[in-house]
Design a binder for this molecule. Sequence first.
Ligand code: PLP
Length: 414
Amino acid sequence: MNHFERRDGQLYCEDVALADIARAVGTPTYVYSAATLTRHFTVFDEALAAVPHRICYSVKALPNLAVLRLLGDLGAGFDVVSQGEIYRLLSAGLPTKHVVFSGVGKTAPEMAFALEHGIHSFNVESEAELGLLSEVAASRGQRAPVSLRVNPDVDPQTHPYIATGLKQSKFGIPWGRALPAYDLASRLPGIEVVGLDCHIGSQLTSLGPFLEAVDLMVGLVETLRAQGHRITDLDLGGGLGITYADEAPPHPKDFAEAVIQRTRHLGVRLLFEPGRVIVGNAGVLLMRVLYEKASDARHFVIVDAAMNDSIRPALYGAFHRIQPVVLRPGDSRVVDVVGPVCESGDFFAKERALEPVAPGDLLALMSAGAYGFSMSSNYNSRPRAAEVLVRGDRFHVVRDRETLADLTRGERVA
Ligand SMILES: *Cc1c(COP(=O)(O)O)cnc(C)c1O
C-alpha cells in the first residue's frame, strides 16, 4: 500500500502532482511520501504491540534527515552501520539511546563515538571486534552493551549480494562458535552482554527462511541462558521484502505473529531492523525523457537519471516498474530505458513494454525509496539528485540538488 496513484491520467504523490514537483525542482528528483512512510512503520509497530519490542529502522536504506526525523518522531529506534549514520541522527535532532550499531568493520574511533553518545547496543560480528570494543570501552571507564550477531547459515533465497546469513558470508559469528564467543564476552572487562542478533539477508519474499532462523535463535537463547548469560534482547534483523514486480512477500503482520508465537515464552525484548519494507515503496525517482534512439536491435528511451542516481538495476539486475507521469494516447512499445552514463550497465529497464513517451515527458521509477539515493554517487561527475518529501498537499525539498561546486569540494590542483 502506498500513496502514489493516478488521478485523471496524472501520477500523484499524496495530493501533489509529480509534474508540479518536476516543474519546481527539476529532474532527476527522488520523491518520498510521508503518509506511506508513516503507514509502513505503524503497521509493523502495531503488529508487535503485544510484546516488548523496538523497531530500529535501518538507516542505510534511506538516510535523509527528514525521513529519520519522521520515523524517530513515530518512536523508531535505528540500526546504524557507521559513525556517519549516528551523526545523521544527531543532525536530525534525534536521541541515540535506541540505536543499535551493526557492521563487520567498526573502527575504534567509531566505537568511541557510539559510546560517547550512549547508544543502546553494539551488534558485534567477530571475536576480534569484541576484544577491541572491550578495550575502547574500558579505556573510557565504560562497559559496552553487546549483542553478538551470529550467522545461522540459513539460505534467504535472495540475490547473492544481499544474502548475509550463509556460512560463506562475511557477516556474523559462525554458528558453531557462538557459545565460546559468549564465554569470551562475559570475561571481557569492557563488555556487558545484553542480547543475541542475526540478519540473514535482504528482500526476503517468503517466511520460511526467517522462521528457520528464528527457531535456531530461540534455541540459542535457551542454551545461553542455561549457561548463565543474560539475554534480554533478541534482534532478528531486517530483510522483509517488498513488491517490485509480482513478488508476494509476507505481510509484516503475519511475520510479526509468527515471530511472537515462537518467541513469547522467552520474555525477551524483540528488536527488528527493517529498512526496505519501510521506505522502498514510499519513494519514486522522477526523471525526464531526453531522447529516443532506435537501432536495428533496440528502441532506446534516454532519460536524465542514470546508474549514479539508482544503481540497483546495474548492481543486482533489479526490476523497477516505470510509469509515464502523464499518460499519452497510443500503444505501448518495447523499449530499453537508459541513462547518459558511459556504461552499458546504465539502464533502468531492458526490453520493457512502456506506454508511449516523447522527449520532454516525465517518467517515474517506482519503488525507488530504498537503496536508491543512499547508494547514489557522482560517477561521470553528475551532481546528485534533489530529494523531496510530500506531506498531503505540500512538498518540501529535503535535500538540494547538488551544484557543480559540490562536485569539486575538497579537491585542489597539486
Ligand atoms: C541492511 C541491513 C538491514 C536492513 O535490511 P532491509 O533488507 O533493508 O530490511 C538490517 N540489518 C542489517 C545489519 C543490515 O546490514
